[in-house]
Design a binder for this molecule. Structure first.
Ligand SMILES: Cc1ncc(COP(=O)(O)O)c(C=O)c1O
Length: 343
């Protein structure tokens, strides 16, 4: 199978498996797992934040962040296709009792301007029952096709938000992809964010886990929420060990995934009835419109599946994601089957 559904499908490398087998462990709920501690320290160092917490998933990292920053009855602002709003099973209302105010990014990039955010802010006026409590950003933006928010753009939003005493959380599930493509450090891309979540288990290829970063005080509180939500793991060093390998070795490999995504997009752009803006494919996510092909996305995905290729269809769009289990040859194979399906 050539699995292009997501970059979450990667299998741990030999080096990760070896590190897992050899991992020194302890009880992480007591903070005594040396491998988890090493992973957290290394992540905090890379992002130049005070502290880090290993959590089982990106969703848990994001949801803990929302909980840390908000009070019940607050409103949070997020771009309308954001993961926290659409794909975390209403966790924000269930766990934090907040309402999401989704805002459209007029340029389609998935990255709101400060003007767009400021127009959606609610302050303490009698006819609004909700106060804005948090701004959530996403870099890269998954459903906007892996688009990048620049360090300057992020800084401008954070500076303006902080002037109003509003915190900013970054869902940086794929922040290392953004860093590789933008030629910026992950620290620069998230410099002023109050909390950052990034995934070890996406492009970086680790089997499990995410990291939540922030000030020492916030991460201390996050540790309590992680336990409360059932995310206190014991000898978690076994999986953190793979995370360390991912953190050290994988960022330098992401350029290859981006090049494969661009190649895939260029080939797809030549197929009958497909519309895609190739220039917008800057990281590892390729989203294209199939409305003019005469087939539905479900029909195309089924036909691809019959040829051993997995992709995700939604509405008139299909998403394909490259990762380190997808080779240049896999891209060529995908394109030739895709061409045959549409002819
Ligand atoms: C942008 C973004 N944020 C958060 C997540 C959640 O990560 P997890 O699947 O580890 O909960 C995902 C998962 O696909 C994602 O794409």
């Amino acid at each position: 199978m050539i699995d292009l559904r997501s970059d979450t499908v990667t299998r741990p490398t030999k080096a990760m498996r070896q590190a897992m087998a050899d991992a020194e462990v302890g009880d992480d709920v007591y903070g005594e797992d040396p491998t988890v501690n090493r992973l957290q320290e290394r992540a905090a160092e890379m992002f130049e934040k005070e502290a880090a917490l290993f959590v089982p998933s990106g969703s848990m990292g994001n949801q803990i962040a929302v909980k840390l920053h908000t009070n019940i009855g607050d409103e949070i602002i997020i771009e309308e296709r954001g993961h926290i709003f659409n794909y975390e099973l209403a966790g924000t209302s269930f766990i934090s009792g907040v309402m999401v105010r989704p805002v459209q990014s007029a340029d389609g990039s998935g990255h709101l301007t400060w003007k767009e955010i400021s127009e959606a802010l609610h302050s303490d006026v009698p006819y609004y029952s909700l106060m804005t409590g948090l701004i959530c950003l996403e870099n890269t933006h998954n459903f906007a096709g892996g688009s990048i928010m620049s360090a300057d753009h992020c800084k401008e939003i954070c500076d303006n938000a902080h002037d109003l005493n509003l915190p900013v959380h970054m869902d940086g599930a794929r922040i290392f992809n953004a860093a590789a493509a933008a030629g910026s450090s992950v620290a620069d891309l998230t410099r002023k964010c109050d909390t950052v979540q990034f995934c070890l288990s996406k492009g970086l290829g680790a089997p499990v886990g995410s990291i939540l970063l922030g000030s020492a005080d916030l991460i201390k509180e996050a540790r309590v929420w992680r336990k409360r939500l059932g995310g206190g793991m014991r000898q978690a060093g076994v999986i953190a060990a793979a995370g360390i390998v991912a953190l050290e070795r994988s960022p330098g490999l992401l350029h290859a995934d981006h090049a494969n995504a661009r190649r895939l997009a260029e080939g797809i752009a030549e197929l009958r009835g497909i519309s895609i803006d190739v220039e917008k494919v800057v990281t590892n996510i390729v989203i294209f419109n199939i409305a003019e092909t005469g087939k539905s996305s479900a029909e195309i995905c089924e036909a691809l599946k019959n040829e051993g290729i997995l992709a995700i269809g939604f509405g008139d769009s299909i998403r394909m994601v490259t990762h380190f289990d997808v080779s240049q040859e896999d891209v060529n194979t995908t394109l030739s089957h895709f061409r045959a399906i549409l002819n």
